[in-house]
Structure formats: structure tokens, C-alpha cells
Write a protein that binds this ligand. Structure first.
Ligand code: VGL
Ligand code: ZN
Length: 206
């Protein structure tokens, strides 16, 4: 069985949002079309408490996009984004989540960021998604959403480590692209065994 995984299609990652991704909202109609094709549709939602440690505003003399060492490794500092319960954390208003079977929230621990939908950034704390997918007999994921070079990338890499097959829908993702991070992300994801597919191909073969 396969599932469509829709990553972080939230207002703060779309134009006008706190951590806007160029053309981030363009994934919405593509994902809405794909949603109809899948029996299992799952969403993730970046969901930080105010004062989260991944926010530059939580650190003295730091600016958004600075990088600092934390216990678990280097952390990019972000503008405040996806604060629990705010409009910025809400899904894009046109994203069709009616058929969603799971909304997995992540990044809710103040001290630790979570890009991946499987493991938080310490790469040890689990979100429970691996167990959920295994319990449901899901073997293959079609991954979409934001941002291709952060949450999508870490989700894809962890999914493969967890033994799932992964297809990335190339026109259903967009990246932040910090210093070439988008190109690097594709290299890592494809190098680790993920496949790239277009939404058209998927629409015609499913
Ligand atoms: C994300 C940066 C910070 C993402 C989330 O969804 O890719 N990026 N929080
Ligand atoms: Zn975040």
C-alpha cells in the first residue's frame, strides 16, 4: 500500500508568510489533484511553541539564517514561524485536507527542532510516524510539500532509512534554497535512492 505525504503546506511557508518560500503556494493545486488519487493521505504540520530554540529571536545577537551549534549539531536559526495556534501555522486555506487521515505535528518541543516527520533533529527522538506506517502496512510514500531542502529532504532521507520506498513529486515541492541547499538536497535524496516523479506521470499511471 502507498500513501501521499503532504509536508508543511502552511501559511508561514507561502508568499506573505514569516518564512516564505518562493512560489510555495504553487504546490497547492498540484497537491489537491494528487489527493484524489490516494486512499491514504497524510499531512505534517510544523508546530512550534513561542520562544522555540530554532527561532533567531530566542538567541542573543543572532539573526535569521545564522547557524549555531546546538547539542545535536548545527542549527539554522529561522524567523519566528508556525507558532502553535497562529494563522501562520494554519494550513494554506486552499489546501484540501478533507481526506487527511493523519495530521502529524512536529517541532513542538521547545529545545529541539524537527525537520523530519520521522525523527527530531537529534536524530533519536521519534515522532511515531514510522510505527504508524508499518502498522498500517504502508510501504511506499509519495512525498510533496515544503520545503524541499529542509523538511521534505529530512523526511525523505529518514523514510528510506526506515525502509520505505520514496517517490518525490517534483512539481509538488518547492525549496528555501540557502546557499545552494536545494540542489544539494536533490543530490542527497536521489543519491540515497529516492525517485523523482512528475505529478502528470503520477496522474496518468495511478
Ligand atoms: C521548515 C525550516 C524551519 C520546513 C520548518 O518545513 O521545511 N523549514 N521549519
Ligand atoms: Zn520550523
Amino acid at each position: 500500500m502507498d500513501a501521499l505525504l503532504v509536508t508543511d503546506v502552511q501559511n508561514d511557508f507561502c508568499p506573505g508568510g514569516a518564512l516564505a518560500i518562493p512560489d510555495g503556494d504553487r504546490v497547492v493545486p498540484v497537491i489537491n489533484r494528487l489527493t484524489e488519487l490516494f486512499e491514504v493521505v497524510l499531512h505534517t504540520q510544523d508546530w512550534h511553541p513561542a520562544g522555540h530554540h530554532s527561532f533567531a529571536s530566542s538567541h542573543k545577537d543572532k539573526e535569521p539564517f545564522d547557524v549555531i551549534p546546538l547539542d545535536y549539531g548545527d542549527q539554522v536559526l529561522w524567523p519566528d514561524h508556525c507558532v502553535q495556534g497562529t494563522d501562520g501555522a494554519a494550513f494554506h486555506p486552499e489546501l484540501n485536507i478533507t481526506r487527511s487521515q493523519l495530521v502529524l505535528r512536529k517541532g513542538f518541543r521547545k529545545e529541539i527542532d524537527s525537520y523530519s516527520a520521522f525523527f527530531e533533529n537529534d536524530q533519536k527522538t521519534v515522532t511515531g510516524l514510522g510505527g504508524y506506517l508499518r502498522n498500517r502496512g504502508i510501504k511506499t510514500l509519495y512525498v510533496t510539500g515544503l520545503a524541499a531542502d529542509f523538511c521534505v529532504k529530512w523526511t525523505v532521507l529518514d523514510a528510506m532509512k526506515e525502509g520505505f520506498h520514496v517517490n518525490i513529486v517534483e512539481d509538488a515541492v518547492r525549496g528555501i534554497d540557502l546557499d545552494g541547499s536545494l540542489k544539494q538536497a536533490w543530490k542527497e535524496m536521489l543519491g540515497a535512492g529516492a525517485r523523482k516523479i512528475s505529478s502528470d506521470t503520477l496522474l496518468h499511471h495511478k
